[in-house]
Design a protein around this ligand. Sequence first.
Ligand code: DGY
Length: 329
Amino acid sequence: MENKKIFLSRIFPKIGTALLKKAGFTVTSWNQDRPMTQEELIEKAKENNALFCTVGDKIDQKFLNECVHLDIISQFAVGYDNIDVVEATKLGIPIGNTPDVLSKATADIAFGLMIATSRKMFYLHKSIINNEWKYFKPTGNLGIELENKTIGIYGLGRIGIEMAKRCKGAYNMNIIYHNRKPNIIAEKELGAKYVDFNTLLEQSDVLSVHCSLNTETIGIFNKTAFDQMKPSSIFINTSRGLIHNEPDLIDALNTGKIWGAGLDVTNPEPMQADNVLLQMENVSILPHIGSGTVETRNQMATLAALNIIEFYKNNNVPHIVNPEVLKKD
Ligand code: DGY
């Protein structure tokens, strides 16, 4: 493997580079804090055999066709909507990703945003900074409680289950969910109930998005959806910003169609400082930090490195998005 060159598109946790070097690869990395432009990425990818990249790196048809020589692309993330997987598969390039290891950290952020929103924490924190904390107000700054309320999970996969567990354990919340197919294990273990999309909208006190971004889910939380939700409900999105329509969300909050929103993902990212959502009382926004713990990011770097190592050693990618490219005749 001495002759194989791996390029890392960001400054990633050191453990990933260390594993790759230990396995005998020549490893180089982008060393600036900012993401690379696509031109820079293409230029570097052309000098290397494999790419270790992440969300925001534009691995589209243009990139892939200029870099058909790549043996493998290893994504440091569970989501891979920045990659044209159909094109990569057509060109025979395996795509690895890093599922499971970030489920708990991401669910923690969804759960945290739910509590922060229900008690207006971000807004009230800002009010102190703005010197607006004058006296105790018996009827002011009131939030809403979560005990025994209904949590609706849109996409009850690995992260959705972790969110459901937290809601059940902390607040005995009733769990309903909508998926492509029922999740029998979650139904048995958590008493989760499968409902159709309209029922999910109508019955959720908190609706938390945990699906991937794809042609079915893009923009699905739009005016039509928000119109069906309870005026007292909270919308949480820790998945991808493109799943909700931002102008429709702003309108739903302004017109009282829903009560509040907690977002770890926005559209576009980064969100600009003058975005009206940042001024709203019942809105909590974070800068896409779902998987952002030391432990989780180290595990993601480990998995992404192992995907490359195993590919070159055994023609096996432990976490692969397009397994068909590895099938032998
Ligand atoms: C993912 O893994 O898809 C997150 O959005 C980034 O950690």
